[in-house]
Write a protein that binds this ligand. Structure first.
Ligand SMILES: O=C1O[C@H](COP(=O)(O)O)[C@@H](O)[C@H](O)[C@H]1O
Length: 242
């Protein structure tokens, strides 16, 4: 595991953007597509905004990117809570990724049908490849959740077979659709982005504490062969050092 600590959100997003440009370029020297799962929430917004600036936009061959999501809130795509809407507004509406290479988690189907449809897409992409995604970008909530793997949602946290599933979240009165650990842990690289002092206590437990994935679901993310990176700001790092 590699831990990168930036001074603030701006620097954190810049480090990830620089690393991303270099990593995508390196992967595309060996293959003709780059598969990436985006995260939702608020943390990636700054990164997205940077990637569409002149400094970065032309350094990425967007035509070769294939876009997925790590999880989705079961709301219509024009709802402010939609992870897909956030990514379109801040990134995808501004870069030339072919529409047929963008795979949203659908919320116009029943939650379980949507998860099953997503799994079919994932299997079509990855059944004959040694790894799944080239990169999964993840966030972490201040309760330790990542994707839509929330504390106490034991069955979903410990899922072994399915690559995508749906779940009901009482606390938010909402269904979620999420990738599961088996498909994420087969990725070539996973990068967590976390910022803010409200994440410090949990981040320390996730990275340095005992393995308790039911309490801290982010701990279930352990790529089998791929790289695991954490990009965090000083506030989230608290007392942890690189
Ligand atoms: O609900 C969610 O939250 C996490 C963390 O979001 P953040 O606002 O703290 O960055 C996010 O990674 C996930 O995709 C999203 O559905």
């Amino acid at each position: 595991m590699q831990l990168h600590i930036a001074d603030n959100m701006e620097e954190l997003s810049t480090s990830v953007a620089n690393w991303l440009v270099q990593y995508i370029g390196q992967v595309l020297e060996k293959q003709d597509r780059f598969t990436i799962a985006l995260s939702g929430g608020s943390t990636p917004k700054k990164l997205h905004e940077l990637l569409i600036t002149e400094a970065y936009r032309d350094k990425i061959d967007w035509s070769k990117l294939h876009i997925f999501w790590g999880d989705e809130r079961y709301v219509p795509i024009d709802n402010e809570l939609s992870n897909a809407k956030m990514a379109y507004d801040t990134l995808l509406n501004h870069v030339p990724v072919p529409a047929e290479q963008i795979h949203i988690m659908r919320t116009d189907l029943e939650p379980e049908a949507s998860a099953a449809a997503y799994e079919s897409i994932l299997h079509a992409y990855f059944d004959n490849t040694p790894t799944t995604f080239d990169l999964v970008l993840l966030g972490m909530g201040d309760d330790g959740h990542t994707l839509s793997l929330f504390p106490g949602k034991t069955e979903v946290i410990h899922e072994q077979q399915r690559w995508a599933t749906s779940l009901w979240l009482e606390s938010q009165n909402m269904y979620r659709i999420t990738l599961t650990a088996p498909v994420v842990n087969k990725s070539a690289a996973v990068a967590f982005l976390a910022a803010g002092a409200n994440k410090a206590v949990v981040l320390k437990e996730v990275i340095t504490g005992a393995h308790q994935p039911d309490v801290y679901p982010s701990q279930v993310i352990r790529p089998e062969k791929g790289h695991l990176m954490w990009f965090v700001d000083k506030a989230a790092a608290g007392g942890i050092s690189e």
